[in-house]
Design a protein around this ligand. Structure first.
Ligand code: PMP
Length: 287
């Protein structure tokens, strides 16, 4: 049986899940989305993801034509229809079909799409050995141009940095903001450890308020580890004791090399490993 996609109220076969070429999601990247994990048939941090989606939509004056409860039910329905036990949900709300002009208010109705599928994680080996990354030259969008809290369908800024990573034979790149402070990775939030304290850039630096980030901060605090949100420089990354990224797809992944500088003797450090383990237990409801 093929994949079933939830498209504007109906579960349809993958091959029939089509949107118009006049959808402003396609024409302008005008829309918002969420990436959500399913662990043991449960939708991970469901409420937080739905809240973020509605806030992103509100910020761009996009009307979602379902209530938060209806949307949660639609996601559950899609997960069940595809027998997803451990997987990933992509939830999109596009501006909908409009004219060739920019005007979003000429779009008839926003369009809701839910895809539930398996997830392509980094290879297991990368979690054990840690990942090499680079600093991107592409500057993160100015937070006053596009608020980083909006999880919009327009990812060109991140894609340009991702291309730099791939050109350098690594999977991720750190993006710095217009002032040179660390913002985030192309699809993950940034954490470092220095002298036993965990540091992460504030959202205002130009990073998405990651849901994994929030969970990891909570888990660290439970372990009595001090977490500080503060602007970080490239130098801070180069001389840190430990370095890890967090995100829905990546979970918690240790970084062992940035721009040729070795971090924590070239293997994921103890706090990184502890938080990765705690995250795994939390995700699987064992905490
Ligand atoms: N930053 C960006 C740019 C992202 O796309 C994501 C999501 N992949 C994250 C951070 C991490 O956020 P979350 O933990 O909510 O997945």
């Amino acid at each position: 049986m093929g994949l079933k996609i939830w498209l504007d109220g109906k579960l349809v076969d993958k091959d029939d899940a089509k949107v118009s070429v006049f959808d402003h999601g396609l024409l302008y990247g005008d829309g918002v989305f969420e990436g959500i994990r399913v662990y043991d048939s449960r939708i991970f941090e469901n409420d937080a993801h739905i809240k973020r989606l509605f806030e992103s939509a509100r910020a761009i004056r996009l009307k979602i034509r379902l209530t938060q409860d209806e949307l949660a039910k639609a996601m559950e329905e899609t997960v069940k229809a595809n027998n997803i036990v451990n997987g990933y949900i992509r939830l999109l709300v596009t501006r909908g079909v409009g004219t060739l002009g920019l005007n979003p208010f000429l779009c008839e109705n926003s369009c809701i799409i839910i895809i539930a599928d398996k997830i392509q994680l980094y290879p297991e080996e990368l979690y054990e050995k840690g990942m090499k990354i680079i600093s991107a030259n592409t500057v993160r969008n100015h937070p006053l141009a596009i608020p980083p809290q909006i999880k919009s369908m327009n990812y060109l800024n991140n894609i340009l940095a991702k291309i730099e990573a791939l050109d350098n034979n690594v999977m991720e790149a750190i993006m710095y903001n217009h002032e040179g402070f660390v913002a985030e990775a192309t699809g993950d939030n940034v954490f470092i450890v220095k002298d036993g304290v965990v540091y992460t850039p504030p959202v205002e630096s130009g990073s998405l308020e990651g849901i994994t980030r929030k969970v990891v901060i909570k888990l660290a605090k439970e372990e009595k580890i001090c977490v500080v949100e503060k602007n970080l420089t490239k130098f801070d990354l180069y001389v840190c004791d430990e370095f890890f990224l967090t995100g829905t797809a990546a979970e918690v992944i240790g970084i062992v090399d940035i721009d040729g500088r070795t971090i924590s003797e070239g293997k994921p450090g103890p706090i990184t490993t502890k938080l990765r383990e705690k995250f795994f237990k939390y995700a699987h409801g064992k905490e």
